[in-house]
Design a protein around this ligand. Structure first.
Ligand SMILES: *[C@@H]1O[C@H](CO)[C@@H](O)[C@H](O)[C@H]1NC(C)=O
Ligand SMILES: *[C@@H]1O[C@H](CO)[C@@H](O)[C@H](O)[C@H]1NC(C)=O
Ligand SMILES: *[C@@H]1O[C@H](CO)[C@@H](O)[C@H](O)[C@H]1NC(C)=O
Ligand SMILES: *[C@@H]1O[C@H](CO)[C@@H](O)[C@H](O)[C@H]1NC(C)=O
Ligand SMILES: *[C@@H]1O[C@H](CO)[C@@H](O)[C@H](O)[C@H]1NC(C)=O
Ligand SMILES: *[C@@H]1O[C@H](CO)[C@@H](O)[C@H](O)[C@H]1NC(C)=O
Ligand SMILES: *[C@@H]1O[C@H](CO)[C@@H](O)[C@H](O)[C@H]1NC(C)=O
Ligand SMILES: *[C@@H]1O[C@H](CO)[C@@H](O)[C@H](O)[C@H]1NC(C)=O
Ligand SMILES: *[C@@H]1O[C@H](CO)[C@@H](O)[C@H](O)[C@H]1NC(C)=O
Length: 647
């Protein structure tokens, strides 16, 4: 929903004794009104009243959806109702039925509306709302009181939310809901996260990242918080379990016809009366901005799988050298996909038909066999749809091979910098690529059990699968080559000019924020179709990032958008440029983390800071097209990543 008139991010500060009096919270949309007593109204009323009679399976799990075409008009109406996951089918139906009637009173003619109440949300629109992540309007409540020791508390909360988020997102198509508790000093934290079950796992995860991100900006350190969005919600309280425990088999099937509500009157004050009468003590929140990051992966199940894997991994990941030699026609030149600093990459096909990419490491990694195996085992566990999957390795004498999944559509640089092929990337595809790379990078930085700093993120390291989904390649090379993973100065710089953050290029200091810098350059390249280190304007050579910043400041960003991008939301493009500029800030602390980048990309209601002039530095090789790496102490090690392409 995109409603300038909806009060977004309304923040209520509550005393610790609370407060169903803050419900119901209606948001009447501003996109347009229908005519009173029209077929539109009749259709809407009919849809909403079907809540009290439907016996769909999903309602038993707390979710209602319905849609209908308004006869005589080319309009479809969509309604979603969702209950908190611990409600019984009967209470859910009663809550939705009551909210449905309230919302008609409170927003009589609006084509879109959302009504939040303590236990359920009713939402309708004339635009399709099924299966879409909608985080506006947000309703947030926060306790005025602060926790005593925020560090311990936030660490415990963050871990708890991380696992709940994965559990909820992976919950299946009937219910995406999770609750849990954690201890922090003498306090007990109770938390609940939920998405509407029409979302996919990834969408649910995105929605929760957004609402938890909003929490990070408003309310960190408070004793309790409740944040509601149309597609998902999140709440925690201290020392008060506010949800009922749901038994393992989900709600009891067939509900008898629900009893009538205690209050029969249909007017706008009814729900308030009910709400106050049934008020449950709620403790809610406010705060300062610290971004809590939610882990995307289901923690528990994953760990269990990994333990089982442990026994067999080394063997199952190790490929026989002969097999790989056969798969690549004895490493024949005709199978060569690319040549990089770490070695040549070949395409291969296993006897079962599976296509693979084989990187034949040319350098001595400086590691013994055992360390090498261990690293590969760790990297092979990093699995994310936006990472190129490492399938295994092969050791034979001095030969060290890494076996990857084969990604068919070559790499991003082959498209965006190619005068003809760039036309294959319309704005939607480019946007999808930006989002995918951001997700993959967030996973490397925050969500995987290893904290991986890529150190060489660039367009040629973004491979594209058959649907043009991006997959980050060459992550973890720094680990295999025994380069420190923590933020540290290093005298061995691995990276590519044009993409390297200044503190990394000049002092060897790398951190997640140096990857963020590279990501910012990548966004600007994707939008403009220009290479950062080769950008030319008339006679003068200027770095793309500076030029973009100037245009941004002068309000002429249309100048920098790739002319082959002919359609697409101009606000979305402008927002991407803005985020790109924030990522290439000179000062490390001014650059956002990948978690905030995703939040900014996902939620248009998050205000962006004004970027300063981006980091600017020139080096001798600025004219050269070759990515280079430089060793500041002695050796030079070139890193040109594997392209996995045929030409
Ligand atoms: C919803 O209604 C508004 C106002 O009448 C209209 O501008 C908009 O196009 C409609 N949306 C859809 C998807 O029909
Ligand atoms: C649904 O709400 C309406 C209006 O409040 C009420 O008249 C009706 O009895 C309710 N139906 C059920 C099944 O709760
Ligand atoms: C409810 O939503 C699902 C998608 O999540 C859709 O397939 C189904 O048609 C919807 N039901 C109705 C009645 O519109
Ligand atoms: C829609 O109706 C509401 C009252 O129901 C009114 O306040 C609002 O101004 C109307 N909006 C438009 C665009 O007509
Ligand atoms: C706290 O969580 C554990 C599982 O992590 C659960 O067994 C226990 O019942 C929960 N306690 C309460 C009071 O909810
Ligand atoms: C919300 O649900 C809880 C648990 O079922 C219940 O105790 C409470 O009374 C409900 N609140 C309202 C306003 O109905
Ligand atoms: C593979 O190539 C190497 C050198 O390129 C050669 O020595 C070897 O005999 C070849 N092996 C096979 C099986 O063709
Ligand atoms: C990507 O790969 C698929 C299958 O390999 C192919 O059909 C498609 O045309 C490719 N897309 C582009 C833009 O090259
Ligand atoms: C590089 O990192 C070190 C600590 O690892 C720090 O002392 C130094 O100031 C950093 N230098 C720059 C230029 O950021």
């Amino acid at each position: 929903m995109d409603p300038p008139n909806l009060p977004l991010l309304l923040l209520l500060t509550l005393a610790s004794t609370i407060n169903a009096q803050f419900f119901p919270a209606p948001y009447c949309g501003s996109t347009g009104n229908f005519t009173a007593d029209s077929t539109y109204q009749t259709t809407l009323t009919a849809l909403l009243s079907s809540i009290s009679t439907t016996n769909s399976l999903s309602l038993k799990y707390g979710f209602f959806n319905a849609s209908a075409t308004v006869s005589g008009a080319s309009q479809t109406l969509y309604v979603i109702g969702s209950c908190r996951g611990d409600l019984t089918a009967e209470s859910c139906r009663a809550c939705l039925n009551a909210s449905a009637s309230d919302i008609r009173d409170l927003c009589p003619l609006q084509k879109e509306a959302v009504l939040y109440s303590e236990n359920c949300t009713v939402w309708y629109s004339n635009a399709s709302i099924f299966g879409t992540v909608t985080t506006d309007p947000v309703y947030q409540l926060a306790n005025v009181n602060n926790v005593a020791s925020p560090d311990t508390y936030n660490a415990a909360l963050r871990t708890l939310l991380g696992s709940l988020q994965g559990e909820a997102a992976g919950g299946g198509s009937l219910r995406k809901y999770a609750t849990g508790n954690a201890s922090a000093d003498y306090n007990k934290i109770y938390a609940m996260v939920q998405c509407t079950p029409d979302l996919t796992e990834q969408q649910c995860s995105d929605c929760l990242v957004t609402v938890v991100g909003i929490f990070g900006q408003c309310c960190v350190g408070k004793l309790g918080v409740n944040i509601m969005a149309p597609s998902c919600r999140f709440r925690y309280e201290t020392n008060a379990r506010f949800y009922d425990l749901v038994g393992e088999p989900l709600p009891p099937p067939p509900a008898p016809p629900p009893p009538p509500l205690e209050s029969g009157k249909s007017n706008s004050t009814k729900a308030v009366i009910i709400a106050v009468a049934t008020s449950v003590s709620v403790v809610l929140v406010i705060g300062i901005a610290i971004l809590l990051v939610v882990q995307r992966k289901k923690k528990q199940p994953r760990q269990r799988i990994e333990e089982v894997d442990e026994i067999s991994t080394a063997e199952s990941l190790q490929f026989d050298f002969g097999t790989i030699r056969a798969a690549t026609d004895n490493f024949s030149d005709s199978k060569k996909l690319g040549q990089g600093g770490f070695g040549v990459v070949y395409m291969g096909q296993l006897s079962n038909g599976q296509e693979i990419a084989v990187k034949r490491l040319s350098q001595n990694s400086g590691q013994g066999e055992v360390e090498f195996k261990n690293e590969v085992m760790l990297l092979a566990r990093l699995q994310h749809r936006n990472l190129v999957r490492l399938l295994g390795f092969c050791l034979e004498g001095v030969e060290r091979l890494l076996i990857y999944e084969f990604v068919p559509n070559s790499s991003l640089d082959q498209f965006i910098f190619d005068p003809l092929k760039r036309a294959n990337l319309d704005w939607d595809r480019r946007h999808k690529i930006i989002m995918g790379v951001a997700r993959g990078l967030l996973y490397l930085h925050e969500d995987s059990r290893l904290r991986i700093i890529h150190r060489d993120l660039k367009a040629s390291n973004i491979l594209l699968d058959s649907n043009m989904n991006p997959k980050i390649s060459d992550f973890g090379m720094a680990r295999l080559f025994e380069l420190d993973q923590t933020q540290a100065e290093t005298n061995r710089i691995v990276g590519t000019y044009g993409y390297m953050a200044p503190e990394y290029a000049m002092h060897g200091n790398f951190s997640v924020k140096s990857d963020v810098f590279s990501f910012g350059v990548l966004i600007l390249e994707i939008v403009s179709g220009q290479k950062n280190n080769l950008f030319r304007l008339g006679d003068s050579t200027e770095v793309l990032t500076s030029y973009v910043w100037k245009c941004w400041r002068e309000g002429t960003i249309t100048n920098i958008i790739d002319p082959s991008v002919t359609a697409g939301s101009s606000t979305e493009i402008a927002r991407c440029i803005h985020i790109g500029l924030l990522c290439v800030q000179e000062n490390v602390a001014d650059r956002p983390t990948m978690a905030s980048v995703l939040l900014m990309l996902n939620s248009h209601s998050v205000t962006l800071q004004v970027p300063l002039h981006p980091a600017f530095f020139i080096h001798r090789g600025a004219e050269s097209d070759v990515s280079s790496t430089q060793d500041y102490s002695s050796r030079v090690s070139e890193v040109e990543s594997n392209h996995l392409l045929k030409n």
